[in-house]
Design a protein around this ligand. Structure first.
Ligand code: DGP
Length: 132
């Protein structure tokens, strides 16, 4: 059984900060910042794309509630709310989860990115490919 299923089933302990019928939120054991929390459905879904629409909506709502809780209790106003979807995107636990990461100051979490330059023609082709 996957590690987050075991946490959801209370087979292994976690620092749970929020729980309702369908979701659990607990402190990440490798926190990027103090209060880094994971929002996890009790039912196993491998990743975001596997969720049904109602669960996907609920997940974001729970992430919002958790951010509000951390805002109040940890006196922090900014957050990165992140989902890694798939191995190449950095997902290491294949049970859907949302990271709620308090950001206390600029640079607490930096995404190293290199933006691409696309011509108008490139954008037109890409747009057509996506919408057709
Ligand atoms: P991701 O890389 O997006 O799949 O994030 C997985 C996160 O889960 C990572 O930040 C570390 C955390 N994690 C892994 N195992 C455990 C665990 O047993 N308990 C808790 N609380 N967090 C865990």
């Amino acid at each position: 059984m996957c590690i987050f299923c075991k946490i959801a089933n209370k087979e292994i302990p976690s620092y749970t900060v929020y729980e309702d019928d369908n979701f659990l939120a607990f402190l990440d054991l490798s926190p990027i910042t103090v209060g880094h929390t994971l929002v996890v459905p009790k039912k196993h879904y491998a990743n975001l794309l596997e969720l049904d629409e109602a669960t996907a909506k609920e997940a974001l709502n729970v992430a919002r509630k958790v951010a509000l809780l951390l805002k109040e209790k940890l006196n922090v106003s900014d957050f990165n709310i992140v989902n890694n979807c798939g191995e190449n995107a950095g997902q290491s636990v294949h049970h859907f989860h949302i990271h709620v990461i308090p950001i206390y100051k600029k640079g607490d979490l930096e995404f190293k990115v290199q933006t691409k330059k696309l011509s108008d023609e490139d954008f037109k082709k890409l747009h057509t490919k996506i919408i057709k």
